[in-house]
Write a protein that binds this ligand. Structure first.
Ligand code: DGY
Length: 325
C-alpha cells in the first residue's frame, strides 16, 4: 500500500504536528509567510490530505489541481470562509474545523477589546509615552462605564454566549440577535433594530457568509447610539470598513475595536489607522498558547481520521457521509 501524501501549510504547534507525524511523513511549508497561490497548488498536487490555515484559499480550482485522491481538508480554524465548502461537498471531500477550543480565548479577546476601547487604554498608553501626562485631571481621557450598560451581541453561537457569560460579571444587561438561538446567561433575544437602538456596546460574532458580508454597513452604524462601541472579532468581511471610518470620523459612534480586517493584513494606507477612536489588532482572537495547541490537535485529528477513511471528529459538511452511506 502506498503511503498517503500530506501537505501542511505552516509549522503548527507540536501537539498537533506530532500526532500527524506518529502516523505519516507530512510535507510541511516551513516559512513564516503563507505559500503563494502557485506554491500552494504546486505543493498540494497529488496529496491525500491537506491541513491548511485561514490564510489559504481552498477553492474548487485547488481541489481539482490536487486531484481526485484528496480525502480530507482540515482547517486549523473554526471559521471556514477560506474554504469553498460546497465545492468540497460536491467532490465528496470532508472539511474539518476546530470548534469549541477557541471559544474562551476569543470571548476574552472581545471583552479585552471592549474594555480597551471603552476606557481608551491604547490612546492613554500612547498619551503617556508621548510625554503628555502632566497631572491627574478630573476630565483626562474619560471613557464609558460597563456596569449598568447594555451589551448587544450579534450572533449567539458558542463565542457570542461566552461573551454574554462574561458580561454577567460586569453587571451588564445583555441583548442578542441570532435567529433560532435560545436564550442563555440572562441574555434577551431581540430584533436587530432594537439591539442597535439600545446597546452601548455591540459585539459581532457571526461567521462570514454571503449573507453576512458587510452586515455592519452605513445603515447598521447609523442605528447605533452615539456613545456606542463596536467590537468585531468575527471576520473582517462582515464589516464595511469605509462606512466604519465615516461613522468614527464623524463621531456617529464613540469607538471601535477590531481583531479582524479585510484584507488581512490591513493596508497601511487604510484611513482607519489615523483614528484615535479605533483600536486594531492583527487577528489574535485565538492567540493563546493553550488554545493554539488545542486547535492544532483538533486539526490533526480531523486530518488523520480523514486519511483513514473515518468520520472527521469535527466536520463542517457531514452531508458527504450521507451520500456514501
Ligand atoms: C478561527 O479559528 O476562525 C479564528 O478566527 C482563528 O483565530
Amino acid at each position: 500500500m502506498t503511503r498517503p501524501k500530506i501537505f501542511i501549510t505552516r509549522i503548527i504547534p507540536d501537539l498537533g504536528l506530532n500526532l500527524v507525524k506518529e502516523h505519516y511523513l507530512p510535507d510541511i511549508w516551513t516559512h513564516d509567510l503563507p505559500p503563494s497561490r502557485d506554491e500552494l497548488i504546486a505543493r498540494s498536487r497529488g496529496v491525500d490530505g491537506l491541513l491548511c490555515l485561514l490564510t489559504e484559499k481552498a477553492d474548487g480550482e485547488l481541489m481539482d489541481a490536487i486531484g481526485p485522491q484528496l480525502k480530507v481538508i482540515s482547517n486549523m480554524a473554526v471559521g471556514v470562509d477560506n474554504i469553498d465548502v460546497p465545492a468540497a461537498t460536491a467532490r465528496g471531500i470532508p472539511v474539518g474545523n476546530t470548534p469549541g477550543v477557541l471559544t474562551d480565548a476569543t470571548a476574552d479577546q472581545a471583552f479585552a477589546l471592549m474594555l480597551s476601547a471603552a476606557r481608551r487604554i491604547v490612546e492613554a498608553d500612547r498619551f503617556l509615552k508621548a510625554g503628555k501626562w502632566v497631572t491627574w485631571h478630573p476630565s483626562l481621557l474619560l471613557g464609558a462605564d460597563f456596569a449598568g450598560s447594555t451589551l448587544g451581541i450579534v450572533g449567539f453561537g458558542r463565542i457570542g454566549q461566552a461573551v454574554a457569560k462574561r458580561a454577567q460579571g460586569f453587571d451588564m444587561r445583555v441583548l442578542y440577535h441570532s435567529p433560532n438561538a435560545p436564550p442563555a446567561y440572562g441574555a434577551q433575544p431581540v430584533d436587530m433594530d432594537t439591539l442597535l437602538r439600545e446597546s452601548d456596546f455591540v459585539s459581532v460574532h457571526v461567521p462570514l457568509k454571503p449573507e453576512t458580508k458587510h452586515l455592519v454597513n452605513a445603515e447598521f452604524l447609523s442605528k447605533m447610539k452615539p456613545n456606542a462601541v463596536l467590537v468585531n472579532t468575527a471576520r473582517g468581511g462582515v464589516l464595511d470598513q469605509n462606512a466604519l471610518y465615516h461613522a468614527l470620523k464623524s463621531n456617529q459612534i464613540f469607538a471601535a475595536a477590531l481583531d479582524v480586517t479585510d484584507p488581512e493584513p490591513l493596508s497601511l494606507d487604510s484611513p482607519l489607522l489615523e483614528l484615535e477612536n479605533c483600536i486594531i489588532v492583527p487577528h489574535l482572537g485565538s492567540a493563546s498558547k493553550k488554545t493554539r495547541d488545542m486547535m492544532s490537535l483538533l486539526a490533526a485529528q480531523n486530518l488523520v481520521a480523514g486519511l483513514k477513511g473515518e468520520r472527521l471528529p469535527n466536520c463542517v459538511n457531514p452531508e458527504v457521509y450521507k451520500a456514501s452511506s
